[in-house]
Design a binder for this molecule. Structure first.
Ligand code: NAD
Length: 374
């Protein structure tokens, strides 16, 4: 059975869906990996390294002939033309934002798996692309914000005097936010953070951060995610955040509500109340933005000398590290779909991890969240 790894074609995407290590493992379980020439370039993996691991190097069309295709991002229009009936496509397909494309997968007769929909259970941890990538992104966001910050993070006691530590505030303490907190702590900053889930409050404190804000009643859903706040809760949160922001030097926002636009937490009026030289980094800029005025991939300087940085595919900028983890997540997931004895495909739609990610099968949209009636 052939497993194809195309070069990623979306703008700015430098990751690739396999690594030499996972290629070796695919070979070991009896699959034939076919990698597009140049696929690893952005992630610092030369073709030779894929070939040495046992992959066949091929051109675009040949790679898309494979029984299983592994992707980072969803296919571009040109690649949609390569899909063929019965094929399996696995990637971060971003289905909530691309419902028409989900229908196109069904029309093409493929089984498409969206890795972002994986239930966040203990069993799924090794396959969880959101966690592996958000963890790296949280680190990178803090590092990028720090690079723009015109002062220093740690306290420095020198013969010439003492430099005070920077105050870092993290909004949203999920996987990315917790890594941003840990990174800021390692740099010696004074760290505060907010979230709406009770578990997040404990996690902030366990990393040595101070919790700021309030936990609305029932803000964590059964799936472990946050629900959208009511207008009253939002107002209360904004009042607390506005006051806190006045003293902050670096702010990293990561708040997301799955399947929706990112919640707006910091308004232009709040930014106007901040100190000159402060840095705001919006990790949610691509999904609507937690900060008013944030633009994906841009740095905007306000009249009062505050810089607002909008993230754009942050992990792609640390593609070699992100690829290692992403590729491993897919390897672990793919093993669910292959019978260890016969080495044949076996898609058990009763398995909660398969059911949770499978968008389309045999010409129909099968995922509950995307079925035509939903
Ligand atoms: P996410 O990317 O959906 O959201 C990021 C953070 O923003 C979350 O902590 C969320 O609570 C917070 N948020 C949302 N609205 C907010 C608001 N208005 N104000 C402040 N904060 C707001 O979250 P994620 O990082 O993907 O994690 C989601 C959940 O999954 C968490 O509970 C996490 O602990 C859990 N998780 C579990 C596992 C596992 O193996 N069991 C693995 C990974 C994540």
């Amino acid at each position: 059975m052939k497993i194809g790894i195309p070069k990623e074609r979306r703008e700015g995407e430098r990751r690739v869906a396999a690594s030499p290590e996972t290629i070796k493992r695919y070979k070991a379980i009896g699959l034939e990996p076919v990698v597009e020439r140049g696929a690893g370039q952005g992630a610092a993996i030369p073709d030779d390294a894929f070939a040495a691991a046992g992959a066949i190097l091929a051109d675009t069309a040949a790679v898309w002939q494979s029984d299983i295709v592994l992707k980072v991002q969803r296919p571009i229009d040109e690649e949609m033309g390569f899909l063929r009936q019965g094929q399996i496509l696995i990637g971060a397909l971003d289905p909530y934002m691309n419902k028409d494309q989900v229908e196109a997968y069904a029309r093409a007769g493929i089984s498409a798996f969206a890795m972002e929909l994986l239930p966040r259970t203990t069993r799924a941890q090794a396959m969880d692309v959101l966690s592996s990538q958000a963890n790296l992104a949280g680190y990178k966001a803090l590092v990028d914000a720090m690079a723009e910050y015109p002062r220093v993070l740690p306290m420095m006691m020198t013969a010439a005097g003492t430099v005070t530590p920077a105050k870092v505030f993290i909004v949203g303490a999920g996987v990315a936010g917790l890594q941003a907190i840990a990174t800021a702590k390692r740099m010696g900053a004074v760290v505060t953070a907010t979230d709406v889930r009770p578990a997040a409050k404990e996690e902030i404190e366990s990393l040595g951060g101070k919790f700021v804000g309030f936990i609305p009643e029932g803000a964590a859903t059964k799936g472990g995610y946050a629900r959208p706040l009511t207008p009253e809760e939002q107002k209360k949160q904004q009042e607390i955040v506005a006051e806190h922001l006045r003293a902050q030097d670096i702010v990293v926002t990561t708040a997301q509500v799955p399947g929706r636009k990112a919640p707006r937490i910091i308004t232009a009026a709040m930014v106007a109340g901040m100190k000159p030289g402060s840095i705001l980094f919006d990790m949610a800029a691509e999904s609507g933005g937690n900060i008013e005025g944030a633009e994906p991939g841009k740095t905007v300087e306000t009249e009062n000398g505050v810089k607002i940085i909008g993230a754009k595919n942050l992990v792609s900028r640390i593609a070699p590290a992100a690829t290692v983890l992403y590729a491993k997540n897919l390897l672990n997931f793919l093993q669910l779909l292959i019978d260890p004895k016969t080495k044949e495909l076996k898609v058990d739609t009763q398995d909660e991890l398969i059911k949770g990610t499978l968008l389309t099968q045999s010409g129909s949209v099968v995922h509950d969240a995307f079925k035509p009636a939903a």
